[in-house]
Write a protein that binds this ligand. Structure first.
Ligand code: HEC
Length: 126
């Protein structure tokens, strides 16, 4: 048999569990709202890390030093939109081969969107 103070403890404990659950659900259900834009940007950043940064660290180019992802270099070559970058991500350009397979569905657009944003910001914002 439970004594009164054991029952009190149990009730208090249950109270804490319920409060914790309610708070957890509150935070979990809030996050999708904040995040859609952030997740898109994050995915782009992750894809860039995985597939492009090896040669294009910080928007540079370790192989062809003038062919960077900085705005001036892109524009010099007539690459002036997210779509143009996505096309290069998929199919490559000059000495660079394409990454359509490893980027997967929509990966070309996501990584291109991120690169285009970085280029507008001179690659100073993570
Ligand atoms: C193995 C090294 C390598 C990797 C990895 C790589 N690139 Fe490149 N990238 C190059 C080289 C080399 C060039 C210059 C190609 C040429 O003009 O001959 C280039 C050029 C570019 C250009 C044109 C830049 C300019 O100023 O002319 C874009 C845009 C680009 N890459 C995007 C990407 C994207 C997006 C990824 C990842 C999906 C990626 N690259 C991965 C080597 C790489």
């Amino acid at each position: 048999m439970l004594k009164t103070n054991q029952i009190n403890n149990l009730v208090r404990w249950l109270g804490k569990v319920i409060v914790t659950l309610v708070l957890a659900i509150h935070f979990i259900s809030r996050s999708p709202g904040i995040a859609v834009a952030d997740i898109t940007a994050q995915n782009g950043a992750v894809l860039f890390e995985q597939h492009c940064a090896g040669c294009h660290l910080n928007g540079g180019n370790i192989i062809r030093r003038n062919k960077t992802l900085k705005l001036a270099a892109l524009k010099r070559r007539g690459i002036d939109s997210q779509a143009a970058i996505a096309e290069i991500a998929r199919n490559g350009i000059g000495q660079m081969s394409g990454y359509a397979e490893s980027l997967g569905t929509d990966g070309d657009e996501l990584v291109a969107e991120w690169i285009w944003q970085q280029a507008q910001n001179a690659w100073i914002q993570g």
